[in-house]
Structures are given as structure tokens and as C-alpha cells.
Design a protein around this ligand. Structure first.
Ligand code: ZN
Length: 431
């Protein structure tokens, strides 16, 4: 797992820096924007056909075998299992529910074997997006859906037991607060697990973990004289975006029920940290990837780095504090993504077009404006053009959930239920 984390770290920092020399990172958006007064029709039959083709492609190329069991939701079979589980809940696919659940169970198995392999590496266990706790949570929700009660309880217990590990401030020396392997991810997973099982989250544990996140951020910020009351580093980089950075850490602190009210001094520092991030938004609507890039133009329009990930924090801030400036920040980000979000990097969630298109579904839910549904559909249609198919880069893991078309499938399926759509694990309305 560490290897992959490092790889992502290197990839996002070094490769992106190199690519910065390239003239452009995105296709010019020549699609027409929303015409006021029109009603957007969702082409459900067409979407179903597209998804069926993609599923054939995924299952033919990324099989439920042990060699693909590594790397959690991000690249592994756990991500494909999640996709099938997600599809099984979408009303459009109700007739295929049992088939999809069978596939979810099938693709879960290699991940479970991998999780077992790493179970003795206690400090790696809480990892949600990349590691064991993600697999435990997924197993619990799938076995809940298939009514296998004992299995569901067994994996819930493994998930909850890991809480104690991440209550220890320095349990990960590379930085234990971020989303992929750290505490923010564990909190994200715990909230998702509770939502899917329709049970209350274990708030005592989560409040304790959130207090450690705040204490850790305060300590780092003091030591490094940060301008933000809370700051974090992952492999010595102070990331700001969703993947390893400040925004998703703050988002999770805002998402745990009752934490802000129960801890006024923590709430003050959390809000000031959100304000710190907000004032970094540039004229176009984007944000720097990390604090060492604050003085440079922000060029990455990815979920992992930049506006398409930070928007979930600002949307959550708007829902929590009901201040217009957060919504305005989101609108600005959505406009930026409309112009610069058709990425060359491919169709995926982490740094691809589907991840960026999810932003429009978020804005649709926030504002109820048809304009955003239109924009989401236009991004879908762009991925069907020859221009995209011939010229976009093929991701390293083209069938995976975060880099490949498994994530695109989730986005397309969510287009058929836009009022419930959410980027995987980032449903700011329910978490
Ligand atoms: Zn990415």
C-alpha cells in the first residue's frame, strides 16, 4: 500500500510538474452551455447501453483474480466491487440488482485476501481509500445487502477495531491525517458505513479521532508557522486538495455530527482554516495544489488537486454555516471546470472527466438549477466523441474506480438519479 501511496505522491507532484510545461491539459470545451428556460432530458436508455458496454470491457480486462486484489478502492478489485454495489442501488438497474450484487461479492474476494495479508501491519489497517478499512467497510455493506448477517457483523467489527490505531497522534510517520491512508479517510469510511447500514455512526470514536486530527493540525501549523490554524503534511508536502490535503481533512471534520457544537475552540480553528483555504481561490476559481505552489498559477483542475475536489469542502461549509460566500466559491469552481475540465488525462474520477463532471451534479443538488444537469450531460457526451476517444490519454489503470472507466460507470449511473448523485464517499448531503 505504501508503495502505491508513494507512487501517487510522486505521480501527482513530479509528473504534473513536468506536464506543466505542456501547452494545455484539457480539450477546449466547444459544447454549448445551458439555454435558460430549457428542461434537460436524461437519455436513460442510452446511458444503460453505454454502461452495459463499459461493464463488458471492465469484466473482460480486470478480472476478479488475486493479482488485481491490491491497492484498495483506488485501483483494485475493491473498486470494481464498489461499482457493482453502487449500480445495485440505482433504480434504473433494479432488474439487474441480484446480478450486480453477485458481481460485487465476486470482486470483493481478491480484496479480502489482500486485506488478510496486510492485517498484521496494524498501522496500515485504518487506510480507507487504499487499504484494509475500505475493504472491511465494503464487505460489511455488501453482506448487509445480501443479508449475510454474521459476515456483515464480522467486517464491521474489524472496521471499528481499527479506530484505536488512528487515535494515536503519530501512528503514521508520513502524515496520518489525510484521506487515502490516514484519519480523514477512516472518518470518511465510518460515515459511509453508517449511512449504508442505516445505523448511527460511532460518534464517541469519531469525536475522539477528530480531536486528534485538530490537535495534529494545530501542532504542525505552530511548528511550521503556517498561516492556517490547522495545517498538515503528507510526505513533507502541505497538500491543499482532496487527495492528501487540507480540504478533505477539513471536510471530514465538518461532516461528523455534533463535533463542531461539542468543541467550540476546535470549531473556531476549523472555520478559520476553511477561511484560509477560501482566500487562496484565484480569479478563475482554482486553488493551488500545495502551499509551496501558492505563488504560482494554479493549473491542475483535478479532483485530487484543485477545484474539483476542494468544492466538496466549500459545499459542506455552505451546508453547515449557510454563508453565501461558500456557495459563490462553488459556482466559480463549477464555471472553471466547465471551461477547463475536459481533461486529456482520460475519463476517470481522480484526474479525469467523470470526476470533474460530478461537480455539476453536486451543484445541481445544491442549487436545483437545470444548467448544471446540462453541463454534466455535455461532459458525458464529450466522452463519446471521436475527438475524446482518439486524443485522450489512456490512464495507467484504465478499468479501475479512481483512474479508469469503473468511475465513469458510477458517474453515468448517477446521471439517471441526479437528485441523489454523489462522487464516491463524498456525499456532502448525507455525510
Ligand atoms: Zn488524481
Amino acid at each position: 500500500m505504501k508503495k502505491l501511496t508513494q507512487l501517487i505522491n510522486n505521480f501527482t507532484k513530479k509528473v504534473d510538474k513536468k506536464v506543466k510545461m505542456a501547452p494545455s491539459r484539457f480539450f477546449q470545451n466547444r459544447g454549448h452551455d445551458y439555454v435558460t428556460g430549457t428542461t434537460v432530458e436524461i437519455p436513460e436508455t442510452h446511458i444503460k447501453t453505454e454502461i452495459a458496454l463499459m461493464l463488458e470491457n471492465i469484466t473482460a480486462n480486470l478480472k476478479a483474480v488475486q493479482m488485481y486484489g491490491e491497492d484498495g478502492f483506488y485501483l483494485g478489485t475493491a473498486g470494481i466491487s464498489y461499482m457493482f454495489y453502487h449500480l445495485s442501488k440505482v433504480p434504473t438497474f433494479q432488474s439487474q440488482m441480484s446480478t450486480f450484487l453477485e458481481s460485487a461479492v465476486e470482486y470483493l474476494q481478491p480484496s479480502l485476501s489482500t486485506a488478510q495479508k496486510y492485517a498484521s501491519r496494524v498501522k496500515d489497517v485504518p487506510s480507507f481509500i487504499l487499504g484494509n478499512c475500505g475493504i472491511y467497510a465494503l464487505a460489511a455493506v455488501i453482506y448487509h445487502k445480501t443479508e449475510q448477517k454474521a459476515e456483515c457483523e464480522y467486517f464491521q467489527k474489524l472496521f471499528y477495531d481499527a479506530a484505536n490505531t488512528c487515535k494515536e497522534m503519530e501512528y503514521l510517520t508520513c502524515g496520518g491525517d489525510e484521506l487515502f491512508v490516514g484519519r480523514a479517510g477512516y472518518v470518511c469510511g465510518a460515515l459511509w458505513l453508517a449511512k449504508e447500514l442505516n445505523i448511527p455512526p460511532k460518534l464517541e470514536d469519531l469525536h475522539e479521532i477528530c480531536s486528534v486530527i485538530v490537535a495534529s493540525g494545530r501542532r504542525y501549523a505552530l511548528q511550521h508557522r503556517s498561516q492556517s490554524p490547522l495545517m498538515y503534511a503528507y510526505y513533507d508536502v502541505e497538500y491543499l486538495g482532496a487527495a492528501h490535503g487540507l480540504s478533505s481533512i477539513l471536510q471530514m471534520l465538518l461532516s461528523v455530527p455534533g463535533f463542531l457544537d461539542a468543541n467550540p475552540s476546535n470549531a473556531k480553528d476549523i472555520k478559520e482554516s476553511v477561511e484560509y483555504l477560501l482566500q487562496l481561490q484565484d480569479e478563475e476559481g482554482n486553488f493551488p495544489s500545495a502551499t509551496d505552489e501558492i505563488s504560482q498559477p494554479a493549473e491542475l483542475v483535478h479532483w485530487c488537486h484543485g477545484a474539483p475536489g476542494i468544492i466538496y469542502l466549500m459545499a459542506k461549509a455552505y451546508l453547515v454555516w449557510n454563508e453565501e460566500k461558500y456557495l459563490q466559491s462553488c459556482v466559480k469552481m463549477a464555471d472553471l471546470i466547465w471551461h477547463k475540465g475536459l481533461l486529456f488525462k482520460g475519463p476517470g474520477l481522480c484526474h479525469g472527466i467523470a470526476g470533474n463532471a460530478y461537480v455539476f451534479l453536486l451543484l445541481y443538488r445544491l442549487t436545483d438549477q437545470q444548467k448544471y444537469l446540462h453541463r454534466a450531460l455535455m461532459f458525458m457526451q464529450f466522452m463519446e466523441t471521436d475527438q475524446f476517444k482518439k486524443n485522450s490519454r489512456v490512464p495507467d489503470n484504465p478499468f479501475s474506480l479512481f483512474e479508469g472507466i469503473a468511475g465513469t460507470v458510477c458517474f453515468l449511473a448517477d446521471l439517471t438519479i441526479p437528485s441523489q448523485a454523489a462522487f464516491p464517499f463524498f456525499d456532502v448531503f448525507n455525510n
